[in-house]
Design a protein around this ligand. Structure first.
Ligand SMILES: [Zn+2]
Length: 387
């Protein structure tokens, strides 16, 4: 038996001071104030630190030295684990040809199957059925729409376990891809899109449950960005999503509020609340050193990433940084922020029976944060993670 004592435990019902958490064989056994600690228990004194559920990041592409779909996803997953992400999905981006995408999917799935990536819950797909006008990478291999041959092969390559699958609703003209995702119980996401309000609503009616990085890679106004009545604007795709209460909204909270402006972040938080926002990193691999750039150049930012064309390309966030940034930009409470960094994303990908909150029976995944919310320790399935 193991115990964490003197914890400021962040539980589904709120914060419990002076709490103890018992765990055994990687699973949470009990949580409470006056728990009896059995003789022989290995005790970790949290010394009053926050103890929350391990982070769940439902949108990771890479970092730690590689992309998750290249040779070494074994570098990506531990990098994020060291920063508190005890559950992640390995998200494959949209810019590959069908052959490349399938090969990369098989590569990472093989490593998941071999047990080499224990904190990777599943593969996820960001595309490839995106609106080419809303890709961030101009070399993307555009598809004219979802092709059954392509998506069925990807489905088979992952044995049908897919963390989430993002598509642009306007590309799925007859709705057959949305129907396929629902039929197979794959969490469907809306993103990289210019969808109209009706197209967003239609995708949600077909089962879409997530908005991929709300406010990013989606039209300010659907279709044409100009509008015919001077002084008025069309609805944004983000607004079309925010009025659908079925959706969970991914938010990338970088330190400078570049991906999502602080005002928009607060808007999403006010509208959606902690049960509908999933804090994500959209973490990518970086090939430059931010220290080489002056402070007024955005490339000097420690948690942003730009590609060789100077375009914003994901982030180099880790969830411990994203957690603090979100609180800073929105004023959200610790309890709410843990919900958005663990509980809500776990539910969005269907992993909430196992992870996402400190509840007996779930995996003993914890992060310990000091009073400044700096990550001090990570526990993954009962074991301390070397950092
Ligand atoms: Zn992404």
């Amino acid at each position: 038996m193991n115990a964490i004592i003197n914890a400021k435990a962040v539980l589904p019902g709120g914060v419990l001071d002076n709490a103890a958490i018992l765990h055994e064989n990687g699973r949470i056994v009990a949580v409470g104030k006056d728990l009896e600690i059995p003789a022989g228990t290995e005790v970790l004194d949290a010394k009053g630190m926050w103890v929350g559920p391990g982070f769940v990041d439902i949108h990771v592409h890479g970092d730690g030295g590689d992309w998750c779909w290249e040779e070494k996803p074994e570098m990506v997953a531990p990098h994020h684990l060291r920063h508190g992400t005890t559950t992640m999905v390995a998200t494959i981006a949209y810019w590959w040809t069908p052959e490349e995408l399938l090969a990369r999917t098989k590569n990472i799935q093989e490593k998941i199957d071999k047990g080499l990536l224990p904190n990777v819950y599943a593969v996820a797909f960001e595309g490839p059925f995106i609106n080419p006008k809303r890709g961030a990478n101009s070399d993307a291999a555009p598809r004219s729409g979802p092709e059954a041959d392509e998506y069925l092969a990807l489905y088979e390559a992952t044995h049908g376990k897919i963390g989430q699958w993002m598509y642009a609703p306007e590309m799925d003209v007859d709705g057959s891809f949305g129907d396929f995702l629902r039929e197979k119980n794959i969490p469907a996401a809306i993103g990289h899109t210019n969808a109209s309000p009706a197209q967003v609503r239609g995708a949600v009616d077909r089962g879409a449950a997530i908005t991929t990085h709300l406010f990013d890679a989606m039209g300010c106004c659907h279709g044409n960005d100009s509008w015919k009545y001077t002084g008025t604007i069309q609805e944004s795709v983000a607004a079309s999503c925010l009025v659908c209460p079925e959706l969970t909204y991914e938010i990338i909270p970088d330190s400078r509020g570049v991906h999502v402006k602080p005002t928009d972040m607060r808007l999403a938080y006010i509208v959606g609340g902690p049960d509908r926002i999933a804090i994500i990193t959209d973490s990518t691999t970086c090939n430059y050193d931010p220290a080489d750039y002056p402070a007024d150049d955005l490339r000097s930012t420690v948690d942003l990433n730009y590609n060789e064309r100077g375009q914003l390309c994901g982030s180099r966030l880790t969830m411990d940084l994203a957690f603090v940034n979100f609180m800073k930009h929105t004023g959200a409470s610790v309890s709410d922020t843990f919900r958005m960094a663990a509980t809500t994303p776990a539910r969005a990908i269907g992993a909430d029976k196992e992870v996402g909150s400190i509840v007996p029976g779930k995996w003993a995944n914890f992060v310990l944060l000091d009073e400044d919310f700096k990550l001090q320790q990570v526990i993954f399935r009962g074991d301390l993670v070397a950092r």
